[in-house]
Design a protein. Sequence first.
Length: 94
Amino acid sequence: MQSRIDPQAVEAMARLAALSSAPLPALAVAEARRLYREARLGAVADSPAHSPEVASIAHRWFDGPAGPVGVRVYRGIGTESQSPLPAVVFLHGG
C-alpha cells in the first residue's frame, strides 16, 4: 500500500524525530516547541526558497470573535504600496 503522506511531510517528521530521543507527545510543551523551531529552521535553511526577497512585510491585528487575530502581509517587489493584489491565505490552528 502506498503512503498517503506527502514526501515533504515525511521528511519534516523525520527531521523532528532526529532531534529528540523521546516521542514528541512525551515532551514538555516548551521543549516540543523548541524542537519544532529547530527542525523548521533546518528545513527552511535547506530550502532553495530560503529567503525570498519581498518589498515589505507588515504585521497587523484584526478583531476576531475570540480576541485579536495576527496576520502577516508580504508585498512583492515591484508592487505599488496601495494597489490591490491577489491573496493567498494560510490558516492554521495553534
